[in-house]
Design a protein around this ligand. Sequence first.
Ligand SMILES: *Cc1c(COP(=O)(O)O)cnc(C)c1O
Length: 427
Amino acid sequence: MNNHSIGTKCVQGGYRPGNGEPRQVPIIQSTTFKYNTSEDMGKLFDLEANGYFYSRLQNPTVDTVAAKICELEGGTAAMLTSSGMAASFLAVFNLCSSGDHFISSSAIYGGTFNLFAVTLKRMGIEVTFISPDATDEEFEAAFRENTKLVFGETIANPALDVLDIERFAGMAHKHGVPLIIDNTFPTSVNCRPFEWGADIIIHATTKYMDGHGSAVGGAIVDSGKFDWTKYPEKFPGLCTPDESYHGIVYTERFGLEGAYITKATAQLMRDLGVTAAPMSAYLLNLGLESLHVRMKKHCENGLKVAEYLENNPKISWVKYPGLKSSKDKKLVEKYLPNGTCGVISCGIVGGREAASKFMRNLKIIAIETHVADARSCCLHPATATHRQLSDEELLSAGVTPDLIRISLGLEDAQDLIADIAQALEQI
Ligand SMILES: *Cc1c(COP(=O)(O)O)cnc(C)c1O
């Protein structure tokens, strides 16, 4: 399928039924798999044969959908996880142990920020946050002897800053570590970070890939390009025997194309169990079948609403990477020429009070802690997710009291704009 274009991969990637087999991906709703001899099963446990034995580690439905996302990103191996957070955690924890350090862009999803700054710290893993606009000197200064990776988001949620992926990859590689990219917002349809030097990609499939607000999930994809064996002292988990797996050396047994994902499955999924359910994978696949069609409409609605808001006197500012006035215009032209995403943020004249009133008046656009759904939704962090913070604390968290995040769905733009117009008129 690798010579097909992205839309064809969205529809048919990952699953090629044989003669007389189901056209749609079958849901293998089974925790376990039956074998004729103990020896047959033993070979699977030793990773000597391919096959399934327990759905906490691997399941055929889940693997089929992971294979589609692998094709979409142009990777060599992929896995699904129970959530986007689980994908970020496994992606980092597969390379970092207690005593290790990594670097992350500060413009990332709030949940990921908390995972890195608080929870990983409790596990003895330290992070240094750098601005996506950090100078080369600031970037260089963040690297340490024990730095194991660099992390960033293609389009940050909710800051909507665009990452210079090629620059981040170059800096990571200069220091002998991989770049992990969270590609949730543009999806593989609008950006393929492997083409710009990223080594590992994660997704919160909960967002556009699912696209219908139906199943929480995540994915990790490996490009197979990062040569762990050049730095065996830095990546002992991949380059030295795994005693919990009969002394397997993942890079020797599975090559650069399979080592990272096999280790994350055989070791981390085994021990942590953040598994995707077959039914969730099936629902995700239904979303993926129309991803290329939906992304176009999300981006079209995002741009139309952003342009409308930019010219409305009751709106003090608008941030949308697709706008001509975006500070990231050059990066968008380079990395996201076909579109960015359907999420915008804006400020309402009148601050906290006006924002709250505006949202109460909306009829089509619903108040939700979500983005990237077929149905448009919005969130006012100052009165919802960040309500315990004072205006001053909000600012230090990068959220102004007047900030509203709107995720444009698949409704017709004229109705969305009319809804926003009537809600603005009432404040
Ligand atoms: C939502 C989101 C996550 C977390 O995904 P969950 O499925 O909610 O755990 C990670 N990164 C980004 C960019 C997100 O938008």
